[in-house]
Design a protein around this ligand. Structure first.
Ligand code: MN
Length: 367
């Protein structure tokens, strides 16, 4: 009880309960199916208050633009103070001069499921908020299906998050249709993205591959999910594979996607024992004499198998297994650090010019 009262201290401080009709800062009794509510709030600026029941209160975000079923429309969501559970029923007018003065009405309401509770390492809503990553399944009249909330920057009050519709059967990819729901209550055609085409058979690999959790958000800042990453790699495979062929591969895997700078990730050289036999591989001694079995990304199926395992970066050797001691290319790794990507581009162009001079010099002296 004391903990919940403390959670509502910020709410209490901002309001005068003899003047505002808003509910008093009381703890609520948890519902068997937790509630979500979105309140359209005509304050000095119209916004939508997105709230999720957790730990006896409503975890709350102010969303300046109307939430959408279009995965491409990522909504800024500014975290605000916890509200009492009773607030889920509140509509009415907050009087002039009071905090948040203006009309409030319930835009959408329903129950939700915490999708993080089903993960291999289950997380509560509070844990997800602390980690800056929530995934919920909403059962509303307007908002349905899976949504992700991803924190972009600092923690705590006024932290900026993104509210993103995840790809699923109720997602509406058409931006025109989704934007028009601002005024329309007419049902929009429900369209789902085509499934990722199965990898085509190479010589040895299987004719089909099973891809899992395609709606998992891998690049939260731009709302790109794993299905889209898989489709990207499938599309570029004909250009990429000639460069990767026969090069022992180290991969960097991000089980939760690129969720901020602290996203869990790990490097994998030695391929796990459970990898299917059709994945090409090469066993080589490491510097300390241990044998390491590397994957060789020689076909589309292997490439997509690794992407399906949440690989976001591929780090091939600079030589191929036929001539391991003869690397055939050089990498200049421009790590911007505190600089910008534009700075890195300038450095890259200058480096290119310098290498061009070397090449001219080589050409003029090699005859
Ligand atoms: Mn508000």
């Amino acid at each position: 009880m004391w903990r919940v009262a403390m959670a509502l201290e910020g709410y209490k401080q901002k309001r005068h309960f003899d003047t505002t009709p808003e509910p008093r800062p009381r703890l609520g009794k948890a519902h068997r199916r937790p509630l979500f509510v979105v309140q359209e709030h005509h304050a000095s600026r119209l916004h939508y208050d997105f709230r999720l029941e957790a730990d006896g209160v409503l975890k709350s975000w102010a969303v300046p633009k109307q939430p959408s079923l279009n995965p491409a429309l990522k909504r800024l969501a500014v975290q605000v103070e916890d509200h009492p559970l009773e607030y889920a029923n509140f509509s009415g007018e907050i009087p002039a001069g009071q905090y948040g003065a203006g009309l409030v009405h319930i835009w959408d309401k329903g129950t939700y499921e915490n999708l993080l509770a089903r993960k291999p390492r289950p997380q509560s809503i509070a844990e997800g908020i602390n980690a800056g990553h929530l995934e919920v399944h909403l059962h509303g009249r307007k908002l349905k299906g899976n949504f992700a909330l991803i924190r972009m920057a600092k923690r705590g009050p006024k932290a900026s998050w993104l509210l993103i519709k995840m790809q699923d059967a109720v997602a509406r990819p058409d931006p025109v249709a989704a934007e028009s729901t601002t005024t329309a209550s007419t049902p929009q055609p429900v369209r789902s993205r085509p499934a990722v085409p199965h990898a085509r058979a190479a010589s040895r690999p299987p004719s089909t591959l099973t891809f899992t959790h395609q709606d998992k958000v891998m690049f939260p800042e731009v709302g790109i999910n794993k299905g889209e990453v898989l489709r990207f790699y499938e599309r570029i495979a004909p250009r990429l594979l000639p460069h990767l062929r026969d090069r022992p591969m180290t991969v960097e895997r991000f089980p939760e996607g690129l969720t901020g700078t602290e996203a869990p990730h790990f490097w994998q050289k030695n391929i796990p024992a459970y990898y299917p036999a059709w994945i090409p591989r090469a066993t080589l001694p490491s510097e300390d004499g241990q044998l390491v079995t590397y994957a060789l990304v020689n076909d589309t199926a292997t490439l997509l198998y690794l992407v399906n395992q949440n690989t976001l970066t591929f780090h091939p050797w600079l030589s191929r297994i036929q001539h391991l001691d003869q690397p055939d290319f050089v990498i200049f790794d421009l790590d911007p650090g505190a600089a910008t990507f534009a700075d890195a581009v300038v450095v890259a162009k200058q480096l290119h010019a310098i290498l061009g001079l070397f090449a001219m010099f080589e050409a003029s002296t090699s005859h």
